[in-house]
Structures are given as structure tokens and as C-alpha cells.
Ligand binder design. Structure first.
Ligand SMILES: Cc1cc2nc3c(=O)[nH]c(=O)nc-3n(C[C@H](O)[C@H](O)[C@H](O)COP(=O)(O)O)c2cc1C
Length: 382
């Protein structure tokens, strides 16, 4: 099938990847209302068409998180990415490097931060869940410094796990073993199986030497679930600051008050995010809350954005509404599941192309124009 858009990559990934992993990637919390709203609410934002502007030369390159990148885009931290394709995070890192954008590596990646660092010199940032065992969190931070992570993303919207009902049905992360149906389905995915059999058998790379974390991935996943700290509060950010000297980005902000608090506590950036609708179902979409948060703190901190980006025009809208850059989760994972590094590259090429055409038809020749003068390009914000 000719891959014309991100939805085509999604269909291709669903064909190739076992249901248990595809459902984990594709699903959201409870009724998935927020997950769907993340995408649907982009339709409420309208772009201004401007004509007879010389658009021959166009520029998507820009600066965020202290570096220059080929476009205002970054791969979001996503756990288990390495279950979608052989050494998935390494392949994603190569695609990001080739596209001139950074990658944020999840705590629960299959490839460890050291493996990703060794493989390519992609700009990599590290995402941390602050564990109950602060000694373990500290250890992760020390490793991230050694692996030259450019900044730390502290995820604050998952101090307990959201329930994704498809995972429950598949027995994924909710029990020690997948259901027999899920196991049977896995055995029928021959291309995926042959790819993964190239080994080594996947584990959470950042936990392989952690005592008590378990020796197989299901045990490790349960261990990490138990380590999420429901007592985490703003006071703990001071602890983070003490142990991490580089830039710190707070991921999972969805209200103006929390955005302001993050800035007051010295965050160098925030990610306006509802975890892709995987945590609080019923929360507003990311794009609906972005304008008010950007207005409140955009002049004091770097406002990043994620949730529901499936089109280049979605990125254009988010930038015009105040985001400095966007992160993509499922969109790159569909590519990874469909075709490894080449699939991620396809996803990034599609977004780049769509962004470029969208900007051109709006009479915008430089991506920074959207950020500097966003209101000019948007009508009827969500
Ligand atoms: C399969 C999957 C795993 C994820 N794992 C993590 C994670 O480990 N840490 C984290 O901070 N966010 C995680 N997220 C959330 C993403 O970083 C991001 O916020 C979200 O995917 C954005 O929405 P989108 O998928 O619509 O682009 C995950 C998302 C998905 C889809």
C-alpha cells in the first residue's frame, strides 16, 4: 500500500505488530474521550489563507531547548517503543538524527540510554518518572548525565497509572502473563517475530542491572508500576533541581495554575500535555488549553506541546497558538511499527511536507513567523 499519510502508517503498523503492543500504543484511558478530542479539536482551529505572497523560499528550521533543529519537532518519550521493532529506540534515534530533530528517551525504553548514545549522536533528552525509591531516581539521573542527555523531562501526570482497557483485556502490564489470545496473536505476526528474533530479547534497558526489577519485561513493567510515587508534590521538584543541574522540563501540564507553579519552581520549559489521553480521561484536549497557558507563561519559559498531532497542519496550528515546538508520540510509533527506521523517516517526511505546504498556502515563509505573530494566522481557536 502506498503510504500517503500518518493514518496509512497506523494501518500498516496494526497489520504487522502483535495486538498486545499495537493496542498499548494506540489506546487511551477509559472511554478515550480525551485521546480523541486531542485530534478532533484541531479541526476547530482555522488557518488564515493568504495569497500572492512570494513563497518560493521557505524555512522550517528553528531553535528550541537551546539548540538549532531542522524543524520544530521532537520524538516524545514513549515506553516499550522497542517492542514495535528490533532495537526500536535506536532506529528511532537514527531517523531523528537524519531528520535533524531530537529524541526524548523514556525511562521505560527497551534500549538503554547508553545504547542510544553509543549508536548515534542524536540529540537526546531523558524523561524520568520520579520513583518511590529516590536512590534509583538519582542513579538514573547520574546515568543520564554520563550519557550526555541535553535536558531532563520530568513527567508529572502519571504518578498513578491511567487505566487503558484494551491493555486489561490483553493482560498487558496488568498481570504477569499476557492472555492466551494475545499470545496466540503474537505467534501469527511472522514478520514482526523474525525482526525481534534478531535479539537480544527485549527488556527495559535502563533497568537490567537494577536489583529487584525482575528478569523479564512483564516483571519489569510491574516493578516500574509499583515504583510510581503517588506522594509526589511540587516540593519534590526542589529535590530534582538539586540532583539535576541541566535544563529541566516539566511534562504533563494542563492548567494555567500548574504552568505558573512550574515556572516559579524554576522549570526551564513545560510540555502542555495530557499524556496523549492516556491518563485523565475527560480532561480537555491539549490544543484547547494551549492558548491560555502560552499566554500566561510563554514569555517566561519554553512552552512545548504534544497530543494528537497527525498532520503537518496540526504543528502549524500549535505553533501559531503559542508552542515553541511539538512532540509526537503515536505518529512516530506507527512508523516504527510499520517499518522500523524507514517508517519513522516516512512519518517525519510526511509531517515536514505537510507543514511546508500548509505554511506556503498561508503565505508564511519562515516557521518563526508563526511563533512571533501567531494570532495573525489563526481564526476560531478551540
Ligand atoms: C505507547 C506510548 C507510550 C508512552 N510512554 C510514555 C513514557 O514512558 N513517558 C512519558 O512521559 N510519556 C509517555 N507517553 C506520552 C507521550 O510522551 C506523549 O505525551 C503522547 O504520546 C502525545 O500524544 P500523541 O501520541 O497523540 O502524539 C507515551 C505515549 C504512548 C502513545
Amino acid at each position: 500500500m502506498k503510504i500517503a499519510n500518518i493514518e496509512d502508517l497506523r494501518v500498516a503498523a496494526r497489520r504487522r505488530v502483535p495486538r498486545i503492543f499495537f493496542d498499548y500504543l494506540d489506546g487511551g484511558a477509559f472511554s478515550e474521550t480525551t485521546m480523541h478530542a486531542n485530534i478532533a479539536d484541531f479541526d476547530k482551529v482555522h488557518l488564515e489563507q493568504r495569497v500572492l505572497v512570494n513563497i518560493e523560499k521557505r524555512n522550517l528550521a528553528t531553535r528550541f531547548l537551546g539548540s538549532d533543529y531542522a524543524m520544530p519537532l521532537m520524538l516524545a518519550p514513549t515506553g516499550f517503543a522497542g517492542m514495535l521493532a528490533h532495537r526500536g529506540e535506536v532506529q528511532a534515534g537514527r531517523a531523528a538524527k537524519a531528520a535533524g530533530i531530537p529524541l526524548c528517551l523514556s525511562t521505560t525504553s527497551i534500549c538503554s540510554m547508553e545504547e542510544v548514545r553509543r549508536d548515534s549522536d542524536v540529540d537526546f533528552h531523558f524523561q524520568l518518572y520520579v520513583f518511590k525509591d529516590r536512590g534509583l531516581a538519582e542513579l538514573m539521573l547520574e546515568r543520564a548525565v554520563k550519557a550526555q542527555a541535553k535536558s531532563l523531562f520530568v513527567t508529572v501526570d502519571a504518578t498513578i497509572g491511567g487505566r487503558r482497557e484494551k491493555d486489561l483485556r490483553n493482560g498487558f502490564r496488568t498481570s504477569r502473563r499476557p492472555t492466551p489470545g494475545a499470545l496466540l496473536d503474537m505467534m501469527t505476526r511472522v514478520r514482526w517475530g523474525l525482526d525481534m528474533l534478531r535479539g537480544p530479547w527485549p527488556l527495559f534497558g535502563n533497568f537490567t542491572d537494577v536489583p529487584g526489577a525482575g528478569k523479564d519485561i512483564m516483571a519489569q513493567a510491574l516493578f516500574v508500576g509499583r515504583q510510581l510515587d503517588p506522594t509526589l508534590t511540587w516540593a519534590d521538584l526542589a529535590w530534582m533541581r538539586k540532583h539535576w543541574k541541566g535544563p529541566m522540563v516539566i511534562k504533563g501540564i494542563l492548567s494555567v495554575e500548574d504552568a505558573q507553579r512550574a515556572v516559579d519552581q524554576g522549570a526551564d520549559g513545560i510540555v502542555v500535555s495530557n499524556h496523549g489521553g492516556r491518563q485523565l480521561d475527560g480532561a480537555r484536549s491539549s490544543i484547547a488549553v494551549l492558548p491560555e497557558i502560552a499566554k500566561a507563561v510563554g514569555h517566561k519559559t519554553e512552552v512545548l506541546f504534544d497530543g494528537g498531532i497527525r498532520r503537518g497542519s496540526h504543528i502549524v496550528k500549535a505553533l501559531a497558538l503559542g508552542a515553541r515546538a511539538c512532540l509526537i508520540g503515536r505518529t512516530y510509533l506507527y512508523g516504527l511499527g510499520a517499518g522500523g527506521q524507514a517508517g519513522v523517516t516516512r512519518a517525519l517526511d510526511l509531517l515536514r511536507f505537510e507543514m511546508d505546504v500548509t505554511m506556503a498556502l498561508m503565505g508564511v515563509t519562515d516557521v518563526d513567523q508563526l511563533r512571533d505573530d501567531g494570532a495573525r494566522y489563526i481564526r476560531n481557536a478551540a
